[in-house]
Design a protein around this ligand. Structure first.
Ligand SMILES: [Zn+2]
Length: 312
């Protein structure tokens, strides 16, 4: 039997979402990621399919989705870009991009449950973890990890799903979506104070939310300590059938949007720890999706460290 590979899912539609010329969440981000991870052994690049409406509606209100569809500009000129909040935009092509993101995550879930891939990384944009059931926010339109978690439960009978989020920002949208769902564990490490202003340890949902805030200037030692002492033991106690990673690389030392000081090795470390858990306990099923990361060089090297760790 051939050793199973780490799937990389991408589609050029993800380059079509255009929040503006000076916006940090640029199409160049996925190009940087793909440049960083190309030629890593034991990976296989496949095209990301579009999510179906039925998949999106597992995590988003049908009215919200229809509103986005109706609002998408039909002309490719900068004046037609629609602001959904102070830093979240809808351009021509945004719908295709975000559909590929959620579609990639659902397809990745299908592949790992079918035993066709060891695990998977979705090199897609825009990010998703600030979007909740009915609101676009913080660069995010659809919450691909939330859609994928519900898809795993509905299509594959996953009883329990853990979503682990190491983006520098709190995944408030994911927390909102699952705060009353004991079958989904959400663990987030993030800088505090920082956008979006949530993610206090007191926010515990129905006992299924674990927030691990870190102060500005915290780096490798603090990050590894909180995951070793708090995050990973909670994952083990929960015992999921699938682990989904909200893989943001903006806690990197070089990132312009955060003040945490992680390096590439920290991303390799946390990924290896998560995979070691999954290898021993849930058939190695790990699906990772790109969230933030705004320094292109750091994004490239940190995502490479992440994918190398996924390949084992
Ligand atoms: Zn972020």
């Amino acid at each position: 039997m051939k050793p199973m590979k780490t799937l990389i899912l991408h589609h050029d539609d993800c380059l079509k979402h255009d929040p503006g010329p000076r916006h940090a969440e640029s199409p160049a981000r996925v190009t940087a990621v793909l440049n960083g991870i190309r030629n890593i052994p034991d990976t296989e690049l496949l095209p990301a399919p579009r999510a179906t409406e039925a998949q999106l509606e597992l995590a988003h209100a049908p009215d919200y989705w229809k509103r986005l569809l109706e609002m998408e500009p039909q002309r490719k000129d900068p004046q037609s870009r629609i602001a959904l909040d102070a830093d979240t935009y809808l351009s021509t092509g945004s719908i295709d991009a975000t559909l590929r993101g959620s579609g990639a995550a659902c397809f990745a879930v299908d592949q790992v449950f079918a035993g066709k891939a060891k695990n998977a990384f979705c090199a897609t944009r825009p990010p998703g973890h600030h979007a909740n059931t009915v609101t676009a926010m913080g660069f995010c339109l659809l919450n691909q990890v939330a859609v994928a978690a519900r898809h795993a439960q509905k299509a594959h009978g996953a009883g329990r799903v853990a979503i682990l989020d190491f983006d520098v920002h709190h995944g408030n949208g994911t927390q909102d979506i699952f705060e009353d769902s004991p079958d989904v564990l959400f663990i987030s490490s993030h800088q505090m104070p920082l956008y979006p202003g949530t993610g206090y340890p007191e926010e515990t949902g129905c006992g299924n939310i674990l927030n691990l805030p870190l102060p500005p200037g915290a780096g490798s030692v603090e990050f590894r300590r909180t995951w070793s002492n708090n995050g990973l033991p909670a994952l083990e106690k929960f015992g999921p059938d699938l682990v989904i990673i909200s893989a943001g690389f903006d806690a990197h030392l070089s990132d312009p949007l955060g003040q945490l000081e992680l390096d590439d090795e920290d991303y390799g470390w946390i990924t290896s720890e998560i995979c070691a858990y999954a290898d021993a306990n849930c058939g190695a099923r790990v699906v990772s999706a790109l969230e933030g990361g705004y320094d292109l060089d750091a994004l490239s090297s940190a995502s490479a460290a992440h994918v190398i760790a996924l390949t084992g």
